[in-house]
Structures are given as structure tokens and as C-alpha cells.
Design a protein around this ligand. Structure first.
Ligand code: GLN
Length: 249
């Protein structure tokens, strides 16, 4: 690839039903506004994922789409290769599940994942639907994350992966019972996964900038006016208040 930042959008037609394609738009926009040249490559279902990308983005999706995507990612091996070589990989919900060791789909079948992340996913009850507020690992220097979740799988992290955040409202990773185990998302090197939609990078631009910092290898100048942080804090307080949660069944 050229000197431009290479963003690779992995199988959005298989995993893109939750608007997560917006994450690619946010990343490209925030890079370009800083004068960074960007190429965006969209990988169709019959395409091969390139090995030389800088930043791979995998969205959420329904079970059948994620089974098809997982098979392709496993067979091609290029995403594993890129992650091993230090590329930044960002995955949302089904994307997170697909990058794990395996995942259970509706009906009970267990599908092998790409084994890029040390986590397994099993069905959970009830389905996790609603707003989430979560406090990221302090060393990442991020403000609280907000987003919405909608998933029937719950993911259990192994020793090779670290939770991205601790849940303050909502379910998050969702293993270990109806309320989950209090963790949200996953981090392993430069591979970062979350259950948050929104698109999550539109709702949490600081997370977008963290990914861009990893992928470009250098710090980035601030972009947003102070009111952006104020609006985010207002929304976080509203989510924490529980007013956005669906009524109990
Ligand atoms: N199909 C997966 C589940 O229900 C992922 C859903 C999603 O990506 N929102 O757990």
C-alpha cells in the first residue's frame, strides 16, 4: 500500500446491519482533517482481505452473516497475519465474536472463529439490548464510553485478552448470567473489540483517535471544540441515570 493510511473495511455486506460502517467514515474523516492521506478499501464477500492494511474495521451483524464472514476470515488468514504484524484491528459486536476462538449461534451450533482474540461466545438470556455506559482501562486515557448494544451472545475473555472497560450501565460482554460479568469489550495489543454500536466512534471520538494514533504511529492534534466533550458528558450522565434503558420485561 502507499504512504496513505490504509483503512480496510472487512465484509460490511455480511456484517454491517447496525450502522457500524459509520466507524470507517469517522476514522477517515478525523484522519483527513489532520492532513493525513487515507485510502479506504471495502472488502466484498468475494474479495480477499489484504495483508498490508494499517487499520481494519469489522462491524456487527446477524448470525448468518457473521458465520459467512468468520469462514472467509479463517480461510484467508490475512487478517491474522496483519494483526500479528502489528496492524490495528477494531471490531464491533459480531466482529468481536468472529475474531474470538469460537461462537455459538441461535440454535446452538458452535462456529470456529478467527482466533485473533482469546475469547469465546455463548448464547445468553435475555438478549442484551439498550444503552451502555462503561469506564475504559485508565491507562488508555479515554473518557467513559457510551453506545447501544443488541446481542444474543455473551463473550468470556481468556487470559490472553483484557477487558476494554468496566460497565456502569448496560450489559457489555454479557457472559456469567443475566447482568453479565461487568466487563465490556476486549483489548489485546492493537486489537480492540467492543459491543457498542452508535456508531461507537461517532459517539466516542476519543476512541477513534486512539485507534488512529496506533495505526499512524504518532500523536494527533486535538480536533473537537470543547462543547463536544460537554455533550458527551451530558449523554453519559443521562445513560447512567437509567432513563434510556428499556422497561423491564
Ligand atoms: N449476532 C450476534 C449476537 O446476536 C451479534 C449481534 C450484533 O452484532 N449486534 O450476539
Amino acid at each position: 500500500m502507499s504512504d496513505a493510511l490504509g483503512i480496510v473495511h472487512v465484509f460490511p455486506s455480511l456484517m454491517g446491519t447496525y450502522g457500524d460502517g459509520g466507524n470507517v467514515a469517522v476514522l477517515a474523516n478525523r484522519a483527513r482533517r489532520r492532513g493525513i492521506a487515507v485510502t479506504t478499501t471495502t472488502i466484498g464477500p468475494d474479495d480477499r482481505i489484504p495483508r498490508q492494511g494499517d487499520l481494519y474495521v469489522v462491524g456487527g451483524g446477524e448470525d448468518h452473516g457473521q458465520i459467512a464472514a468468520a469462514r472467509r476470515i479463517r480461510e484467508q488468514g490475512s487478517l491474522n497475519h496483519a494483526a500479528d504484524a502489528g496492524a490495528t484491528v477494531f471490531a464491533v459486536c459480531a466482529g468481536l465474536q468472529v475474531l474470538g476462538v469460537d461462537f455459538e449461534v441461535e440454535g446452538g451450533a458452535i462456529e470456529p472463529g478467527a482466533c485473533i482474540l482469546d475469547l469465546t461466545t455463548r448464547r445468553r438470556e435475555p438478549r442484551a439490548v439498550g444503552e451502555v455506559l462503561a469506564d475504559p482501562l485508565p491507562r488508555l486515557g479515554l473518557p467513559p464510553l457510551t453506545g447501544y448494544e443488541n446481542h444474543g451472545g455473551g463473550s468470556l475473555l481468556g487470559p490472553g485478552a483484557e477487558p476494554l472497560a468496566q460497565v456502569r450501565a448496560g450489559i457489555g460482554n454479557g457472559s456469567g448470567g443475566a447482568h453479565g460479568d461487568g466487563t465490556e469489550g476486549v483489548l489485546a495489543g492493537r486489537v480492540l473489540g467492543t459491543y457498542l454500536h452508535g456508531p461507537v466512534l461517532a459517539r466516542n471520538p476519543e476512541l477513534a483517535d486512539l485507534l488512529l494514533t496506533w495505526a499512524t504511529g504518532h500523536d494527533l492534534q486535538p480536533l473537537d471544540a470543547p462543547f463536544v466533550a460537554e455533550l458527551r458528558a451530558e449523554r453519559a450522565a443521562y445513560v447512567a441515570s437509567g432513563k434510556l434503558s428499556p422497561p423491564a420485561a
